[in-house]
Design a binder for this molecule. Structure first.
Ligand code: FAD
Length: 380
């Protein structure tokens, strides 16, 4: 049978996964090396990246995440000048809880506030529900669709290629002249991977695993050992309320991670902040979870939720230590990890992409996170 045109393509870096992780790395690499991004679904950002709360919070997460978040914010502010509308808008983050839990989350970006300040910022919270509060005024809302579209366009404008509806289902490694395979430095591989994506055969020097909830499964296709990357369900809903929040009201979350909410126009976005282990899948909300959340938020606030306009569930995927996994595999040649972003995928996206691009291009990176995120740290 004659091969159809396009059945076999070459690139330097094949990125597997068209969520914010793959798109921001592709955007950082395009024009510097040849990049092809493949996505299993018909549309980019179909899974977790279209299901987030769209908030970037510099005080959220361990120090390495906070550093990457601050870096990402600065990078997004720099790219915003190329866009017709800003991607980021001010929206503070208000943490409520016990004295102890709020104190534990205090950092350079979050400072404790008084009861009177809490009342002024979140008058909808019923008095006496929480003993303490902290405020992060550096937190911002993010137009995640616009951010992904920016990266998408930038990849194409700089000669990169994107293929949707192209699930990678198998791969073989073809060794070059130098020694490769187990024991050889993964970054110095001289062979190439041939990956089957849909009906296309793709030859690349490097394969990047940006497969989100499927990252460990994808690694298995390339004979890389799994890193214990576990997807966890998290649900959110947009609800109608009797008493809407002010447009500039902060996002409010409790320190025990049992709920958060924030304004969504005249409606309110709410989440039970659950973290329930799941297999990789197109996760869907459960009616009972949403109903229980509505009851809880109505008990704690005067919002007066009258109905659920829409709800969704996404999978936040993370390693046991809660940090992303970024860098070359320690054994398998030419296999690069970009996974495990958990609940920080947007707020760390540009910082992680900058680090990933530097490692892939063999450039020196000034990002201190490199050591903390390295895949070899995980020994299961
Ligand atoms: C309810 C909720 C709220 C959140 N809120 C925030 C927030 O406010 N701020 C924040 O920073 N983060 C937030 N997050 C986390 C953030 O959304 C994720 O960290 C981020 O979207 C992960 O992006 P990703 O690209 O790694 O994964 P995904 O978006 O899931 O992309 C991975 C892609 O890989 C594709 N794929 C998998 N296997 C293959 C294959 N074999 N071949 C081809 N393609 C494949 C999948 O189809 C998928 O599209 C939230 C998450 C949830 C669920």
């Amino acid at each position: 049978m004659r091969a159809r045109e396009g059945d076999s393509v070459d690139c330097d870096v094949l990125i597997i996964g068209g969520g914010i992780a793959g798109l921001s790395l592709g955007s950082a690499l395009a024009g510097r090396t040849s990049v092809l991004l493949v996505e299993a679904e018909e549309t980019l950002g179909f899974h977790t990246s279209s299901r987030s709360a769209r908030q970037l919070i510099p005080s959220y997460g361990p120090p390495v995440i906070q550093d990457l978040t601050v870096r990402t914010l600065a990078m997004i502010r720099a790219l915003e000048v190329h866009l017709p509308e800003p991607v980021l808008t001010a929206r503070s983050f208000l943490l409520v809880g016990s004295e102890e839990t709020v104190r534990d989350r205090a950092s350079g970006h979050m400072h404790p506030i008084t009861e009177a300040q809490l009342q002024a910022l979140a008058p909808e919270l019923k008095p006496g529900c929480f003993a303490a509060a902290g405020l992060d005024t550096t937190s911002v809302a993010c137009n995640t669709d616009a951010l992904m579209e920016y990266h998408h366009r930038r990849i194409l404008d700089r000669g990169g290629r994107i293929r949707t509806a192209s699930p990678v289902r198998s791969a073989v490694f073809e060794a070059g002249t130098a020694e490769t395979g187990p024991g050889a430095p993964a970054a110095d591989c001289t062979g190439s991977w041939v990956s089957a994506a849909g009906d296309t055969s793709i030859r690349s020097r490097v394969v990047v695993n940006a497969a989100g909830a499927w990252a460990d499964q994808l690694a298995d296709l390339y004979s890389a050992r799994p890193r214990g990357l576990q997807p966890y369900r998290r649900t959110a809903a947009v609800v109608d309320v009797q008493h809407p929040l002010a447009e500039d009201a902060p996002m409010v979350a409790d320190a025990d991670e049992s709920f958060y909410y924030r304004p969504e126009g005249r409606q309110v976005l709410i989440s039970p902040s659950e973290s329930i282990p799941s297999a990789p899948m197109d996760a869907q909300p459960q009616a009972d979870d949403v109903a229980a959340l509505v009851t809880r938020v109505n008990a704690l606030t005067t919002l007066g939720i009258t109905g659920v306009a829409r709800s969704w569930t996404g999978l936040r995927t993370q390693a046991a230590d809660g940090l992303p996994v970024v860098g070359y595999d320690d054994v398998v040649p030419g296999f690069f990890w970009l996974a495990g972003q958990g609940g920080y995928g947007f707020q760390t996206s540009s910082g992680i992409a900058e680090l990933g691009a530097a490692l892939l291009l063999g450039e020196t990176s000034e990002i201190p996170a490199a050591e903390a995120l390295r895949p070899a740290r995980i020994t299961l």
